[in-house]
Design a protein around this ligand. Structure first.
Ligand SMILES: N[C@@H](CCC(=O)N[C@@H](CS)C(=O)NCC(=O)O)C(=O)O
Length: 284
């Protein structure tokens, strides 16, 4: 399965299947990229399986979600593979790239940058949306028609954005503490100032609330969990997502939880429900 185009960095037996970390030369990013993959037992035995892409948030890597979300055991139970991309290109050598947690390395926002010097490498929308699924599907026995996507924080925004933009590809979607409307936050303004050369209107292609307003629709239900003790709540703005979904007639299950913060302790408390939400459709 893994050969010339994809190099194996690590492999670990886990929950009846295996977790591996891989490296490959990315055409879209123009750099080597790393990705974490959980293959359930069924895939190791040669069966074709559904997949869920898991997108992490600011400062995270291809390891974070797989290590901290406790998702693997539930994916194993349902015979579903997990694919965990990195959160940005690494080593683009752009001045300031490593200076702050919310821009550059670890902060790709799952968008395609349009402004120099970012536009050459910061192409996470095309990478996660197109290049990576094609590569994964030619490398592993994955069923291309049975893909779901979920994410946390910046990755929750990415999951909603990908699924609303390409519902034919992403059959199921869920998010933990997603950044609901980046165009209305200082995080999004800062990212657009650099990645889009200040053209804030380019958020229309990615901002989940703006996509809903523009008529994008997902045939499934968006499952979203949010902790009410989340220190980023003012930026995440689940109320805006709720309003946008209601106005657009988009099915949304938004669950808000007293006492939970932004961390993976929150994510792992509800991950089973999310995997079940995806499995119900992907295994049908
Ligand atoms: N001040 C934090 C902000 C970043 C943050 O909270 N990132 C979230 C996603 S937006 C996260 O999951 N961090 C990694 C972790 O909790 O392991 C830091 O620099 O680590």
């Amino acid at each position: 399965m893994v050969g010339d185009t994809v190099q194996l960095l690590e492999r670990h037996a886990c929950c009846g299947g295996e977790v591996s970390f891989l490296s490959h030369a990315s055409r879209e990013l123009g750099l080597d990229a790393k990705v974490g993959v959980f293959l359930p037992r069924q895939a190791l035995e040669g069966a074709s399986v559904p997949t869920i892409y898991v997108l992490a948030g600011l400062t995270c890597t291809q390891e974070t979600f797989l290590i901290k979300a406790n998702a693997v055991r539930y994916a194993a139970k349902h015979g579903i593979a997990l694919i965990a991309p990195d959160t940005s290109p690494r080593g683009a050598n752009i001045a300031g790239e490593d200076d702050s947690y919310d821009i550059g390395t670890g902060a790709g926002y799952y968008v395609d940058a349009t402004a120099q010097p970012w536009s050459e490498h910061y192409r996470m929308a095309s990478y996660v949306g197109k290049e990576l699924p094609a590569l994964m599907e030619e490398t592993f026995p994955f069923i291309p028609e049975r893909c779901g996507i979920m994410g946390h924080s910046m990755g929750g925004m990415g999951a909603l954005s990908f699924a609303l933009s390409a519902p034919d590809k992403w059959k199921t979607v869920s998010a933990f503490a997603p950044l609901s409307s980046p165009s209305r936050t200082d995080w999004g303004e800062k990212a657009a100032n650099l990645y889009f050369g200040g053209n804030q209107s380019l958020w229309q292609q990615y901002d989940p609330c703006l996509l809903l307003k523009a008529g994008k629709h997902h045939p499934g239900t968006l499952l979203v969990d949010q902790g009410l003790s989340d220190n980023f709540l003012e930026k995440l703005q689940p109320n805006l997502l709720q309003e946008a979904a209601r106005s657009a007639g988009q099915a949304l299950t938004l669950r808000q939880h007293e006492g939970f913060d932004h961390s993976y302790w929150f994510v792992q408390s509800f991950i089973e429900d999310h995997i079940n939400h995806h499995a119900a459709e992907l295994r049908a």
